[in-house]
Design a protein around this ligand. Structure first.
Ligand SMILES: [Zn+2]
Length: 626
């Protein structure tokens, strides 16, 4: 039996053949069983309160509390994901939505009933706890969790200080909430006229679509300028809001005794500031492949001028469709280099109904991998047969294998992993899949489509994110040095960065300097985006070994990589990566990305050959002649 999504009206969920849906019965067999787990969790939460005041009595009491938290954690995964994944199947179902919200309310109670734990533990001298751990191997399992908590404690203030800081919590989100209101709720999309005569209201979705698909440069320019003009018209408001974010970060950093805002942001994960500084500096030194790529684009697109709105239009037209049934064996083949066991896990994911493949009416959009502890990861897709959808599947499968290996190898307390390592397996799986597809491709056009996809993911996931990190760092430093923050200052930083990264490849476009006002991450989660770039660099470094013609280097690389996946969250991310052979403080780790981009651009150049204009590839199916 096979199924393919068709355009037009979305099918009801019942119309999707069962093998293409996930089987949530592995989490709970029924709502009754879910209700049972919910009650158990409720009881555990109640019972946990009685442990308050006991921790100092010794290793057994502390171990008992940790194990009780593990039980609550395991149950939390089960009750949350069963309700939440069921809800995502059809978000119009209010009954399930209500159950999901009940879980959220229960989590708030869980949070309250265990809030005494950290302060009580931290009141015991670390030396005492270390002695307990030496005598009690079961307690020593929690060593990293305990040490990390004390590490965080280094910048916690006394009671009065913490109380004062807690009063500031509510005002600290005002800037980014105002940003969100100004940018979404209060934003009126401008109406623009396109060259074909049509008038459209320019939502963000429309804007993206025009930049990515409209082959008229005039139309792209019109959309780009109309969209950025809104930000330019409110430039002083945006600058004032961003200043609010910067001042808040500096306030918290100083209040807690950090030297810089960057140090404050990195302390929790124990990452030295030099990692971000090295990332930025080495990337700036390695911009030549980026410029080479854009010079090539400019030539192939055959445009007289080249600006930011010309960066997303594909060089190669491709409308090939990839059926899910065809893609499954390719994904399995693509991971063969990681060993039989890993490959078997991927096969299990496909055969064991871990994946909800197709769109149906009411289903949640996008794609994710859900780390359901106690069963196996689940993946939600909206597979629409495009090349993007295929790479998304490879990406989510990477996350899922990370989850699977970490859950199987670690005690519950370390089963989760941080974002700092999370995007390594996902991007690595994409890289393996790219290699596989390139090998299968038998025309230059097919190769060009794939190379363009890979290059665009490097430019957007790596170079752009490093440039963003660079912007955030420069802006925060101005505040740290008591310099004023105005729209002119922020725009000057941004246009300076565009020059440093793109050189003379980009023609001047005054509105591009306003890009900073358009990036929600700057306002909502400062110093966050660099982690995509460090993950990408780690992957590029690992792939150098995995692609090595020397079999010893390769198998050693595979072993180290699998050990990283199995390590879950059992250490600080830099340490975990170091055991996988990745040292992010070393320039050559970061340089691996520029090296890879350079190779890909050369391959793209030769795939495009002497063609001056955009090439067309109506059908593209590896292994298939038709
Ligand atoms: Zn991801």
């Amino acid at each position: 039996m096979t199924y393919r999504p068709s355009s037009g009206q979305l099918p009801d969920r019942e119309a999707i053949p069962v093998p293409y849906t996930w089987d949530l019965g592995h989490i709970c067999r029924s709502w009754e069983e879910w209700q049972q787990s919910y009650k158990e969790l409720e009881q555990e939460i109640e019972a946990f309160k009685s442990r308050q005041g006991t921790l100092a009595s010794g290793a057994d009491a502390l171990l008992g509390a940790y194990r009780a938290m593990d039980r609550m954690g395991v149950l939390s995964y089960r009750v949350w994901y069963y309700a939440s994944l069921r809800y995502d199947e059809d978000q119009r179902n209010n009954e399930i939505n209500a159950r999901r919200q009940h879980v959220q309310i229960l989590f708030a109670r869980e949070h309250q009933s265990s809030s005494w734990f950290n302060p009580e533990l931290l009141a015991i001298p670390l030396e005492t706890i270390r002695r307990w751990m030496e005598l009690s191997p079961p307690l020593a399992v929690y060593r990293f969790a305990i040490e990390a908590l004390f590490h965080e404690q280094e910048h916690v203030l006394d009671e009065q200080g913490e109380r004062l800081l807690s009063y500031a919590t509510r005002s600290s989100s005002v800037s980014h909430e105002s940003y969100a209101a100004l940018t979404t709720a209060d934003m009126k999309p401008p109406t623009i006229g396109l060259s074909g005569g049509e008038q459209i209201a320019l939502s963000y979705g429309q804007y993206r679509a025009i930049l990515e698909t409209n082959r008229s440069q005039d139309d792209r320019a019109t959309a780009y300028r109309a969209f950025h003009q809104i930000y330019a018209d409110n430039r002083n408001t945006y600058a004032a809001l961003y200043n609010g974010v910067l001042q808040r970060d500096w306030f918290h950093a100083r209040a807690r005794g950090y030297e810089t805002t960057l140090e404050a942001a990195l302390h929790g994960n124990d990452i030295p500031s030099s990692v971000v500084e090295t990332l930025i500096n080495v990337t700036k030194e390695g911009v030549e492949p980026l410029r080479r790529y854009h010079r090539l684009r400019r030539r192939v697109l055959g445009v007289d001028s080249y600006r930011l709105f010309d960066l997303s239009i594909p060089l190669v037209e491709h409308h090939a469709q990839y059926t899910y049934d065809d893609v499954v064996p390719w994904i399995i083949d693509s991971v063969s280099g990681l060993g039989r066991e890993y490959q078997q896990h991927v096969r299990d994911a496909f055969n064991g109904r871990w994946i909800d493949v197709f769109e149906n009416s009411g289903k949640r959009s996008g794609a994710y991998s859900a780390p359901v502890y106690g069963t196996h990861p689940y993946m939600l897709l909206n597979f629409n047969e495009t090349l993007d959808a295929v790479f998304t599947l490879a990406h989510e499968m990477g996350h899922s294998m990370h989850t699977l290996l970490a859950h199987r190898s670690q005690p519950f307390v370390y089963a989760g992993y941080t974002i700092f390592v999370a995007e390594v397996p996902s991007t690595l799986n994409e890289a393996l899949f790219l290699d596989f597809m390139l090998e299968q491709a038998d025309t230059d056009n097919q190769r060009a489509v794939l190379l363009q996809h890979a290059i665009d993911s490097i430019t957007s996931t790596f170079y752009t994110q490093v440039m963003f990190a660079d912007f955030e760092l420069q802006a925060h430093r101005l505040v740290e040095q008591d310099q004023p923050i105005t729209a002119e200052v922020l725009s000057a930083i941004y246009s300076g960065l565009l020059r440093e990264y793109y050189g003379d490849v980009l023609d001047d476009e005054p509105l591009s300097a306003m890009t900073w006002a358009r990036i929600p991450h700057f306002f909502s989660t400062p110093y966050y985006v660099y982690q995509y770039a460090t993950c990408f660099a780690s992957t590029a470094r690992l792939m150098q070994d995995l692609r090595s013609p020397d079999s010893a280097t390769k198998s050693d690389g595979v072993e180290r990589y699998l050990a990283l996946l199995r390590a879950g969250g059992s250490g600080y991310p830099m340490d975990l990566l170091r055991t996988a052979g990745i040292d992010l403080s070393r320039p050559d780790t970061v340089r691996a990305v520029a090296t890879e981009l350079d190779t890909l651009v050369s391959q793209l150049e030769s795939a495009l050959g002497s063609q001056g204009g955009a090439v067309r590839d109506p059908e593209f199916r590896p292994n298939n002649a038709y």
